[in-house]
Design a binder for this molecule. Sequence first.
Ligand code: 13P
Length: 240
Amino acid sequence: MAGNWKMNKTSEEARSFLGDFKLFVKDARDCDIVICAPFTLLPLLKKELENTNIKVGAQNIFYEDSGAYTGEVSALMVKEFCSYVIIGHSERRKYFNETNEIVNKKVKKALERGLKVIFCLGETLEEREKGITKQIVETQLREGLSKTTIENIVIAYEPVWAIGTGKTATPAQAEEVHIFLRELLRQLYNQEIADSTRIIYGGSVNQENASAILNMPNIDGCLPGGASLEASSFSNIIKS
Ligand code: 13P
């Protein structure tokens, strides 16, 4: 259960969220909880969440360890503060022109530096209407995870048309793609990997629709954006 805060919250806002959130989820021991925060909040989250059941994640990294890359932050740097990183989010693909090749370099670097990767993929509305959803996610998975290991990867299926739109995929629509991705993992790796890899869903998940989505057999968790910004709604999603 990972919350993607995207470009939201000052440290004061984060502190106030955490005060409530830690209490609300303190008994949730049967799932992994991650907050993926902006870089500026990572030291604060690390400190505030030490010895709790909540883990910290970043939302991006660059694929080099250091050097003349103004404005970028490396895996080595975020590793000081967190254990997860989101890579390949559709907003990075769309606004920052991240291709499958760039995403692949980032995944490799994150794994090399010991981070767990929340690897995002998903089709646009146009692609869904053309009937090429499976082709698109297959290419994203094959190219994004080319020549990487799979053990520390969580796959997040996030249909682009469902992100921030209030338009969730139906549980059946999401399940269909999750089944397809699991079968693809079986082909690319083996049955054990296909069974044990977590495939989570993101795209307008909220406290009302979460349990129907999470009830699907191939949906192992979710990645809310907007609904993770409020301690009560994110914790209700986790409880469901
Ligand atoms: P929303 O839950 O705001 O639609 O965002 C989903 C998302 O992009 C999570 O990575």
